[in-house]
Design a protein around this ligand. Structure first.
Ligand code: NAP
Length: 300
């Protein structure tokens, strides 16, 4: 249980609803900001008042998966108000206050360094990223089915990257009967692709490979699906780019060639917000009870 813990959930999407529900269930005191346009109300959560002393009690702040922008603003799909988090406000949190985000950026790294608070980018953790790859792969299947008029079975699929998401994509599309090739840059990953019974493509010499495919799934967060690669794709090919914004595809070139290319961020929050919120809540629970229990006991 998280009795005695004070946690602020600021901004986000449907995943945060499940996080708030779970924190309430664990008896934490939950403060929320960025949910004023949500139809349902959280009777057990308290509106976060940035002008009050609530900040002095916070053991944790949970930011949305994208964190904050380079101006310190936090996005929330359930609010029409801009939520900005200032350095002065963060300084008022207790020293042990943990700041959770999905991914971080320079602004958030520097801000938390300046105020000397621990930042936990959840998607950097293998456990969270691997659990999160499950709804990501399911969301990819949904989009592929929606945007093609042929079966996955029997189609030629190229997955770029064999990380946490790429591994799940390669395995799932293989199990569905697609002919899967995987673009990798290390010999270790190439060996793994071979071991999985799939075809490795060396990303460092990608121009030497036959890239004719029906579906191209990119998970590499760099511009790898460039004009030279797109030129080799047949016109009916679908490019789905899952890498974090802005993705790894030259979308304007794909458009010029008439190839459908879709940037598909945030799939877990779209196809399985309850599961995705649960994944985050569970790790927040573990880290809070492991790192802060003593300080709370000490303070009380
Ligand atoms: P990951 O485990 O770090 O995998 C990234 C892969 O990209 C690795 O195989 C890595 O190769 C490869 N790579 C990185 N830079 C490369 C380069 N310059 N050239 C060739 N290969 C390169 O990441 P992940 O957890 O699978 O996530 C992949 C991306 O999807 C991230 O951008 C993540 O934010 C995003 N994501 C999106 C969604 C969504 O809903 N769309 C959901 C989850 C994650 P090495 O193994 O050799 O380093």
């Amino acid at each position: 249980m998280l009795t005695g813990f004070h946690v602020a959930v600021i901004g986000g999407d449907a995943r945060q609803i499940e996080i708030i529900r779970r924190l309430n269930g664990w008896d934490a005191t939950v403060y929320i900001a960025g949910f004023n346009q949500l139809n349902e109300s959280f009777t057990e959560a308290i509106d976060l008042d940035f002008e009050s002393d609530q900040v002095k009690k916070l053991d944790a702040i949970i930011l949305p998966i994208p964190g904050m922008d380079e101006e310190g603003n936090v996005d929330g799909i359930f609010s029409n108000r801009l939520i900005s988090i200032s350095e002065d406000w963060l300084k008022k949190t207790p020293e042990h206050c943990l700041i959770f985000t999905g991914i971080s950026n320079n602004y958030l790294n520097e801000l938390t360094k300046r105020v000397n608070r621990s930042l936990i980018p959840l998607m950097d953790r293998d456990d969270v990223a691997i659990f999160n790859s499950i709804p990501t792969v399911e969301g990819t299947l949904m989009l592929v089915i929606q945007h093609t008029d042929f079966t996955i079975h029997g189609s030629k699929v190229i997955v770029l990257g064999l990380g946490r998401v790429g591994m799940g994509l390669a395995r799932t599309f293989d199990h569905l009967g697609a002919k899967v090739s995987v673009g990798v840059r290390s010999s270790k990953s190439a060996a793994r692709v071979y071991e999985m019974g799939l075809t490795p493509i060396d990303m460092t010499n990608i121009q030497d490979f036959d890239l004719e495919c029906d579906i191209l799934l990119n998970t590499i967060p760099h511009l790898v699906v460039d004009a030279s690669l797109i030129k080799q794709l047949p016109s009916h090919a679908l490019i789905l780019d899952l890498a974090s914004k802005p993705g790894g595809t030259d979308f304007s070139y794909a458009d010029k060639r008439g190839i459908k290319a879709i940037l598909a961020p945030g799939l877990p929050g779209i196809v399985a917000p309850k599961t995705a919120g649960q994944i985050i809540a569970d790790v927040v629970y573990r880290l809070l009870s492991k790192n802060i229990r003593k300080e709370i006991d000490h303070d009380s």
